[in-house]
Design a binder for this molecule. Structure first.
Ligand SMILES: [Zn+2]
Length: 81
């Protein structure tokens, strides 16, 4: 079983009340910028820097996964080997 971790794409960022928003497709956690006035592109870069990922697998394709779920998924892959 192979799992691929890539940077989150701009299309995964939703805009809610004028602010970008990312939702984890694994645990449903929502992340929003702490600062007002950050652009969607800047915030996406920050989200990728803290560990948000686009996770692709044979069984699923998650456009946005939070850092803690990414860590859990990565650990599952290691156990399966
Ligand atoms: Zn999550």
């Amino acid at each position: 079983m192979s799992m691929t971790f890539k940077d989150v794409k701009p299309s995964a960022v939703a805009i809610e009340f004028g602010k970008p928003r990312l939702k984890c497709e694994c645990c449903k956690r929502v992340d929003r910028p702490l600062h007002i006035g950050i652009s969607q592109a800047e915030w996406l870069k920050a989200a990728n820097a803290v560990g948000w990922r686009h996770v692709t697998h044979e069984a699923f394709d998650f456009d946005s996964v939070c850092p803690s779920c990414v860590a859990e998924l990565a650990a599952d892959v290691k156990e399966a080997v």
